[in-house]
Design a protein around this ligand. Structure first.
Ligand code: EPU
Length: 338
């Protein structure tokens, strides 16, 4: 086990924030992970995987454990379905591409989401009408206190919009080590309802799309709208779309009749935070190296050497302005490490 000291985490978080880890170790196996968790000499541990959903605002005075658990395998199948197990350190998009190469359906709408497999259940990643929970069977998670592996099935994960048990009661108590997903081998259920997918397919003249066509459409839409973390530091949507009650919605639409919204099941309404932020004049704005993406106001970006604190300050300024203008609270979806 090679424990290094004072390592920059710039290349380990997609925001590209240059903070230091006091200690740093890479983990490639479960037994190794158990051993690291037992190390008494390093009482504080901080787990990092794809680093795609965190904003680091200061140096990490702990042993940073970088998860590199790899492997994809089929654990069960019949003629219709397949259950695929992927280790936490696999890149999410690579898993999606692998599934398409095998002809397995279910992940195509979730193409090009940054981050690793192990983080996907934490925030129940979702895009273009599909959420992880729609294909999720179970995950294995290591108890950080005992080093024991526990299983969480779909129900136990308590998935919600960008939410799960791992953001609530189970926060910081477990390390997700692998995930099992149920995918289709034939009769794929296609989700083309999301407006921009329909348009993209129409433009290409595709009437009977395959799962690959849908993935291609999603990739084209995302490339056009969302910044690539390899080119410009970001963490995808920085804020969650706020969900408001019928009463608050009635008040809101009276004043803003042209605002987009999604109606939810239980008399609640989701308002796109990107729209709210744009209306407040922040889209494409830059404050030093901290900025708001020019094509999607939900995404905060690091133009080069912004500090985590500068991004955090910008996010607070945006929250305050949205609150003042619309009386709506928007909350970060990114995990802010203070
Ligand atoms: N909008 C604006 N201005 C903006 C951005 C959006 O007016 O700057 C409007 C759009 O015109 C549209 C509406 O807001 O009417 C919705 O925009 P979009 O389709 O881009 O989706 P979103 O609600 O802003 C969510 C997810 C994205 C996901 C897309 C597509 C959240 C927090 N974000 O964004 O997820 O890709 O839907 O399904 O739910 C991510 O989590 O990192 C992410 C990118």
């Amino acid at each position: 086990m090679n424990i290094q000291e004072n390592i920059s985490l710039k290349n380990y978080n997609t925001f590209g924030i240059d903070v230091k880890a006091r200690f740093f170790v890479e983990i490639t196996g479960l037994v190794q992970l158990q051993k690291v968790l037992e190390l008494k000499a390093y009482p504080k541990k901080f787990i990092i995987s794809g680093g795609s959903n965190m904003l680091l605002t200061k140096d990490i005075d702990a042993l940073v454990v970088h998860l590199k658990l790899k492997g994809i395998s089929i654990v069960e199948e019949n003629e219709n379905f397949v259950e695929v197990k992927a280790m936490a350190g696999e890149n999410w998009h690579d898993l999606v591409m692998w599934s398409l190469e095998q002809g397995f359906g279910g992940l195509e709408n979730l193409s090009l989401i940054p981050g690793n497999v192990g983080t996907a259940p934490i925030q129940n990643i979702g895009a273009y009408g599909v959420e992880l929970k729609d294909v999720f069977v179970s995950c294995a998670a290591m108890d950080v206190k005992t080093g024991e592996l526990e299983g969480f099935d779909n129900e136990a994960c308590e998935f919600g919009y960008r939410d799960s048990i791992f953001k609530n009661e189970a926060k910081d108590k477990y390390i997700i080590t692998s995930v099992v997903l149920k995918l289709t081998k034939k009769d794929h259920v296609l989700h083309t309802g999301y407006g921009s997918i329909e348009n993209e397919l129409k433009e290409k003249g595709i009437v009977h799309p395959t799962i690959r066509d849908i993935s291609d459409a999603v990739i084209a839409i995302r490339r056009n709208k969302l910044p690539d973390p390899k080119e410009i530091g970001n963490s995808g949507s920085f804020f969650k779309n706020p969900v408001i009650s019928q009463k608050a919605f009635d008040r809101f639409t009276k004043k803003n009749p042209n605002a987009p919204f999604y109606e939810m099941d239980d008399n609640q309404f989701k308002i796109p935070a990107g729209w709210l932020v744009e209306q407040c004049g922040f889209k494409g704005k830059r404050f030093g190296d901290a900025g708001v993406h020019e094509k999607q106001a939900l995404v905060l970006v690091n133009h080069g050497s912004a500090t985590g604190k500068e991004i955090l300050d910008l996010s607070k300024k945006i929250q305050d302005e949205v609150q003042k203008t619309f009386k709506i609270k928007i909350q970060p979806e990114v995990n802010i490490i203070k």
